[in-house]
Design a protein around this ligand. Structure first.
Ligand SMILES: [Mg+2]
Length: 208
């Protein structure tokens, strides 16, 4: 899909960019969510974190250990997504505050970011992980990130590769961009429509 799909009618100027992490800033596929679900006994159609919440405390902590070990291994072998380093560098040069909003842990984000050239964890004004907020699609993390970035949620661009990213972004009033792989949409019937659809992170630079 093309940049032409993007509508900015009546929107405030973008004053900061909040990125999903896995599959957005990192190359998709490092985390095999279906394999993790199978190992945890989580039904295929259930989000993992929400499934964890339904388990008894002892079982929940066992399952969390499995999840964390999978996430750490994935972080160690993850690589930056196509155009991610360049996109972040350009945004930093423009002086825009950047943030990360992820359902993953801070530890995994740290490990994966070490594999980015020219980008440091300190370059992000806000990093909201599952330890800091209710997970997406809840919009709480977006409000928190916007606050830490010193801007309004409506001045924020939220960029992510999954429907929860768009749902959280739209619920908070952010300009919500879906990053697709080869134009394949992950949105489901009844989901809010993204404000923009790109298939390459560098395309978001044309909007800012
Ligand atoms: Mg993602």
């Amino acid at each position: 899909m093309s940049i032409n799909k993007i509508k900015r009618n009546g929107q405030r100027p973008i004053k900061g960019v909040l990125f999903d992490f896995d599959g957005t800033l990192t190359y998709p596929g490092a985390l095999d969510f279906n394999a993790i679900r199978r190992e945890m006994g989580c039904p295929e159609d259930r989000p993992i974190l929400e499934y964890l919440e339904t388990q008894e405390p002892v079982r929940r902590s066992e399952l969390l250990k499995i999840l964390e070990s999978k996430e750490e291994k994935a972080a160690e072998r993850s690589i930056p997504n196509k155009g991610a380093e360049k996109c972040l560098a350009v945004l930093l040069e423009k002086g825009l505050p950047l943030g990360i909003l992820t359902r993953n842990s801070l530890r995994s984000v740290r490990v994966a970011l070490e594999r980015f050239n020219g980008i440091k964890i300190e370059d992000f004004s806000s990093i909201i992980t599952r330890e800091d907020s209710l997970p997406k699609p809840h919009p709480g993390g977006i409000y928190k990130a916007a606050g830490q970035m010193g801007i309004l949620p409506s001045e924020l661009m939220m960029v992510g590769d999954f429907r929860f990213d768009v749902m959280a972004g739209k619920a908070a009033g952010a300009f919500s961009v879906l990053l697709t792989s080869n134009g394949r949409s992950v949105m489901a019937p009844g989901d809010p429509e993204p404000d923009g659809i790109v298939d390459d992170l560098l395309e978001i630079l044309k909007l800012i």
